[in-house]
Design a protein around this ligand. Structure first.
Ligand SMILES: [Zn+2]
Length: 326
């Protein structure tokens, strides 16, 4: 066995509700995953313990020992000081303010740990694995419960002055639009995220709108998932199709703004909404973006759906670890 065949990396996607860990070989092929609920309400120490446990479970799943792992990468949902590996704040993790996550995990795992913002890490994953680091400039947009993003400029992740660059979801698209979790109105996240799409559907149903979704899920639509929207659209539900297309239009306007400002070669769009609704979402997004960019700015620019799906976070985190230790 060549030395490189014995190298393993672990990528961790730390979310507000779940922790996903994946073990990768030296070529970054995914070997095994493990999942745990975050239990964020139990506090910082408990969550850090659970991350370490999830890493251990994933490593155990492929019959390896922790000491065979060369490095662990973590994508965390908030502002991260990447140099020190501290999570400065994380809106979906109560009590997370200036948490030395790198240090805490290194003590528990006895392995080198590297921490980045989750959307930056997802962008790094798509840039490195899907595009083989070829585009010099790339924008990643991830549409799920919220909307996040990351910027690769001149082949490097761009983090900005306060390490918060890439907050694409909080680009204001409609000044008098719906309220966003950040306190502003009309942010892209408040118009085009899964949360925004679901809210629009639920409000319309309350006002008497007919939809196949209520036949499928009952009147309160409590357990609605993005895949249900796809099913309804494919069965001919024009209302659901219209709501999804409206969200895709808003996302397209956001992409047009990004293209005007940054002129990236690639705009890659991922996240749970795209994974479930790529065919329903992407054509409208692309058309709207093309309709709104300044003339001449679109030449040679590709807007594409990411293929990494739910694994973008762990893949990017493994890329982060491999970049640091090799
Ligand atoms: Zn916002």
């Amino acid at each position: 066995m060549a030395a490189s065949d014995r190298e393993f990396y672990v990528g961790v996607d730390l979310g507000g509700t779940k922790i996903l860990a994946g073990v990768f070989d030296a070529q970054l092929n995914l070997l095994a995953t493990a999942k745990l609920s975050t239990k964020a309400d139990r506090g910082v120490e408990a969550v850090v313990d659970r991350i370490a446990r999830c890493v251990g479970d994933a490593v155990d799943e492929c019959d390896l020992a922790l000491k065979q792992v060369r490095g662990v990468g973590v994508g965390a949902p908030g502002a991260v000081d990447t140099a020190s590996g501290r999570v400065i704040f994380a809106p979906n993790l109560p009590g997370w303010k200036d948490v030395p996550l790198k240090k805490e995990l290194e003590e528990r795992l006895d392995l080198p740990v590297f921490v980045g913002n989750d959307c930056n890490v997802c962008t790094l994953g798509t840039f490195d694995r899907e595009y083989r680091c070829k585009p010099r400039h790339l924008v990643g947009i991830f549409i799920g419960t919220g909307i996040g993003g990351g910027l690769v400029i001149n082949g490097e992740l761009y983090e900005g002055h306060n390490l918060t660059a890439g907050e694409i979801g909080h680009m204001v698209i409609e000044v008098n639009g719906p309220k966003c979790g950040c306190g502003n109105r009309g942010c892209l996240e408040a118009l085009a995220s899964r949360t925004a799409i679901f809210r629009r559907i639920q409000n319309a149903v309350k006002d008497g709108q007919k939809t196949l979704l209520t036949d499928m899920l009952g009147d309160n639509l409590k357990d609605m998932r993005s895949g249900d929207l796809r099913k309804a659209i494919r069965k001919g539900d024009k209302f659901v199709q219209q709501v999804v297309e409206e969200a895709a239009e808003y996302a397209g306007i956001g992409v047009a703004n990004l293209i005007n400002i940054l002129n990236p070669q690639i705009v890659v769009v991922g996240g749970g909404v795209i994974e479930a609704l790529e065919n329903e979402f992407m054509p409208t997004l692309i058309k709207t973006a093309k309709d709104h960019v300044m003339p001449g700015t679109m030449n040679g620019i590709e807007i594409e759906a990411s293929k990494l799906g739910d694994h973008a976070g762990i893949t990017g985190a493994a890329v982060l670890a491999r970049r640091h230790v090799s």
